[in-house]
Structure formats: structure tokens, C-alpha cells
Design a protein around this ligand. Structure first.
Ligand SMILES: *Cc1c(COP(=O)(O)O)cnc(C)c1O
Length: 465
């Protein structure tokens, strides 16, 4: 399997190369050159299989001959070994036709563990095989950082430098990063906001010397493997609930459109999905785009679902690539126009095609709190604010399509955002036992100003590779 850039000007890569690549050299995102599909029988045969077996069958065609069968099996099995639920992504019933798909049973309590645990093992595997090392640098508003650190801590051949905005991540999120004492983990609290962190990471990648010297690698959701690993649970959930025979909609709390695009991948592989419900918070670029046909980004509002406080959802480029007939030149033009003018038109044909599968809506902080409260009153279950955005939007659009059941992706554990949950329900979610010592552990982090040169010097001085 080869991968091509959405902007058409970067070299095609194989699976190993695409795993270790960040953004394509032309500024685009990598996508498979063609979509493999599973037949209805093959999909039906996934019912009742363990999560890891479903993962193998779904991911196999994308991996091609980059990894021998037995090695891939070992990688998948070790990646999900550390999850705290035997089903990896269990379903919980909320109403007669509504389910939660619990994606938060990994070590850091958010769905990002599902892709990053696998990616961490894959990095080590490829690096060891090639006899080389890599330095991961990233910026996080909370969940990506802890999931990436957990996935890389103590691994041979990799080190990770993670930037977070000082005092702007929750205490649970910060401690999940800063209490990891592995010698290859470096936390940097930046005196600035998330955008400042992200801008410095991008600038470090853009410096060709620095990038080559440290063999920089990215783990944000532009990495293809993250999308691929997330496509698996759409299959797992759909067959568990009687798909392909039953018409199932998925509601996806959306920030960077990575998780939602994984649903699109499952659909392209042949999984019948009645509707993908794209749920945004007040940062509603996608809800507006899919309802008006105009993609325009505003300024970021801080909400109670901070992992979705994103105005320019980078993975939407992958969907536009499909919707515009896989024409890299058009994408390159339009993405430049979006950057220069702040807005572009999706176009009538592309929009109609998208709306066949997608429906979108938004929930503000009040609606989010109401959804947390309603679910708690109905079923005694505490959901986190990101999941609540999905529930709120899904419940508002039951008329949007012809489907029998809705699966809402539960993207984080309620205890990760316990102040918001407690305000809505007067019940404080408790941390799972394996994290109960989190607030007693020692922290290790460096506080630095939002100054690129100082960050680069810090990396140069501390690098252990
Ligand atoms: C990252 C994140 C999201 C958004 O996922 P995208 O793939 O960026 O759309 C939603 N909820 C939680 C809890 C997250 O950490």
C-alpha cells in the first residue's frame, strides 16, 4: 500500500515511511492511494471476535508487506494489553436505541490512547529494524500529551519533548504528563497559550537543519496511523450491535476531525454507517461548514470541552480531498486561499456528497452541562463534557436520517474533567484506582518562555539520543 499527499506534490510513501512522517513535504496530509474494502461477509465475520482480532483484519490491508503477519499480531496485542477493560472499547446502553462506545479505558483515560499506544509500539518496531532513533516533539492542550508520553515512556530509540501551555491544562492532565519519570520524557510548560506552543512546534519542524539533526517525528492527528487505528472501533461497535443488518449512526465529538475521519474510513471500507453525526462545541467551524457550504475559521473560544477548542480542523483536508475528486492541485490552491482569506466554498456537488453521510451540529457549554445532567439522571452514568457534546447534538438530530440506533463515542473518562461534571451533577467522579496516587507523585517539568530559540536550545542540551 502506498500513501499520497492531499496536495499532490510530495513523494508517495509506504506504510513504514508514513508512520514516521509528519506533514507531507508539500504541506498536505497523507492518505492511502486507494481504499481497500471488506466484503459484507468479511464484516459480518467480525462479530464476536476480540478487539485485537478485529484490529488486525481492519488494519492489515493498509499495512501491506511492511510488517509480517506475526509481528503485526504481536504489536496489536501488546498495544491493547495495558487497557483496563477486557473488551478494550466496551459499549454501554443509555436508552433503548442509544449506546456509549467507551473509548477511555486506556492508561490516560482518553480515546487518544487507542491510537497512540499502537503508534508507540510501531515507532519502536520500525526504528529498531532500521537501526535509527527519533525525537518526538509535540504541543498539547491536554489529552494528546499524556497519551503520547505514556506510549513512549522508557522506549528504546525515542525521546519525547512535549510542550503544554503553563497553567492552562487541568491538574489531572498536567500530572499525567509531569509525574512520568522515564529519562526519555521531557515536559515543557510554556509561558503562553496552546497556539504559541503549536506555532513553535511547527517552526521547529520547518527548520530543516534542526529537523534533520534530531530526526523529528510528529504524533498529532495528522499522522495516518492515528486515523487508521481509530477506524477499528467503528467496526467493533457496529457488528456488536447487529450491523450490517441494523442501521447505525455514530455521533462523534469533534475537534481536529481525526476521529470523525476514521469513521469515514470505516465507511469507505464498506461498513454501513447510516449517519456520521459531527458534534462540535462553540468552536463550530465544521457545523457551519456542513450546514452552509462555506468553510471559515474564527477565533478560538475556551469551552468546557477544551480538546475540541479548535477552529481549523486539520483532518478536514482529507475529506475535502475525497470530495473534490482527489485532485491535489485543487487542494493546494484552496488551502492557500483558506490561509490567505480565511474562507473557502465547499461547492454544491461536494457538499451534497458529504451530506449523504454527514450531519453536523453544535452544543454550547450550557447544552453540554444539560446533557451531562440528563444522562446522569436517566441512567446514573457520569459522562465527560466532550462526550456530552456528542450526546447533545445526537439527540437534537434524530430526524436527520433513517437509522435504528445511535452510538455516541465517549472520548474521555468523566474523572478527567471532574470539576465540570461535578458542577453539572453535584457528583464528583472519582479517578480509577490505578491513578489514585496521581496527586501524591513527584512532578518533573521545565518552565520556559514562548521563545523558539530557548526551546531549541533546551532540546539540544537535554537530548539523550
Ligand atoms: C482529542 C479529543 C477530541 C477531538 O478529537 P479529534 O480527533 O481531534 O476530532 C474529543 N474528545 C476528547 C476527550 C479528546 O481528547
Amino acid at each position: 500500500m502506498q500513501y499520497v499527499s492531499t496536495r499532490g506534490q510530495a513523494p508517495a510513501l509506504d506504510f513504514e515511511q508514513v508512520t514516521l512522517a509528519g506533514l507531507a513535504a508539500d504541506g498536505g496530509l497523507y492518505v492511502p492511494e486507494a481504499w481497500p474494502s471488506l466484503s459484507e461477509d468479511e464484516i459480518g465475520a467480525l462479530a464476536g471476535l476480540p478487539y485485537t482480532e478485529v484490529a488486525l483484519r481492519v488494519m492489515r490491508p493498509f499495512v501491506g508487506d511492511s510488517i509480517p503477519e506475526e509481528d503485526l499480531r504481536h504489536l496489536v496485542e501488546t498495544a491493547y494489553d495495558g487497557f483496563h477493560h477486557a473488551a478494550v472499547t466496551p459499549l454501554t446502553q443509555l436508552t433503548h436505541n442509544e449506546w456509549l462506545l467507551e473509548l477511555f479505558h486506556g492508561p490516560t483515560l482518553a480515546f487518544k490512547d487507542i491510537a497512540l499506544q499502537f503508534l508507540g509500539h510501531l515507532f519502536s518496531y520500525f526504528l529498531e529494524r532500521a537501526g535509527r532513533t527519533a525525537t518526538i516533539i509535540g504541543a498539547t492542550s491536554g489529552d494528546t500529551g499524556s497519551a503520547a508520553i505514556d506510549a513512549c515512556a522508557g522506549r528504546e530509540g525515542v525521546q519525547i519533548f512535549m510542550l503544554h501551555p503553563k497553567d492552562r491544562v487541568s491538574p489531572v492532565q498536567r500530572r499525567q504528563m509531569t509525574t512520568v519519570m522515564a529519562p526519555n520524557v521531557f515536559n515543557i510548560a510554556v509561558e503562553g497559550d496552546f497556539d504559541a506552543c503549536q506555532a513553535m512546534v511547527k517552526a521547529a519542524f520547518a527548520d530543516a537543519d534542526f529537523r534533520a539533526r534530531h530526526r523529528l517525528t510528529a504524533v498529532n492527528s495528522i499522522n495516518w496511523v492515528r486515523i487508521l487505528a481509530q477506524a477499528v472501533y467503528y467496526f467493533y461497535a457496529a457488528v456488536a450491535l447487529g450491523g450490517p443488518g441494523r442501521r447505525i449512526a455514530f455521533a462523534v465529538p469533534t475537534g481536529n476531525f481525526g476521529d470523525a475521519f476514521a469513521g469515514y474510513v470505516a465507511h469507505r471500507m464498506g461498513l454501513p454507517i447510516a449517519k456520521l453525526i459531527i458534534a462540535t462545541n462553540a468552536n463550530d467551524t465544521l457545523a457551519r461548514a456542513l450546514n452552509s457550504g462555506k468553510l471559515s475559521a474564527g477565533t478560538v473560544h475556551a469551552t468546557t470541552s477544551p480538546a475540541m477548542d479548535i477552529q481549523v480542523p486539520s483532518n478536514f483536508e482529507r475529506l475535502l480531498f475525497e470530495a473534490w475528486g482527489r485532485d491535489g492541485a485543487v487542494l493546494a490552491d484552496q488551502m492557500t486561499a483558506l490561509k490567505d482569506t480565511g474562507a473557502i466554498e465547499i461547492g454544491e456537488n461536494a457538499l451534497t456528497a458529504m451530506k449523504d453521510l454527514l450531519v453536523a451540529g453544535r452544543a454550547d457549554d450550557d447544552e453540554t452541562a444539560r446533557a451531562i445532567r440528563s444522562v446522569h439522571q436517566e441512567s446514573g452514568i457520569l459522562i465527560d463534557p466532550h462526550t456530552a457534546v456528542g450526546i447533545s447534538v445526537a439527540r437534537g438530530c434524530t430526524a436527520a436520517g433513517d437509522f435504528d440506533a445511535t452510538v455516541c463515542l465517549a472520548t474521555a473518562h468523566a474523572a478527567k474533567f471532574r470539576d465540570v461534571v461535578e458542577r453539572a451533577t453535584a457528583t464528583r467522579p472519582s479517578l480509577p484506582a490505578f491513578l489514585s496516587g496521581l496527586f501524591d507523585r513527584e512532578e518533573r517539568l521545565e518552565v520556559l518562555p514562548a521563545d523558539l530559540q530557548m526551546i531549541k536550545d533546551h532540546i539540544g542540551r537535554n537530548s539523550i539520543l
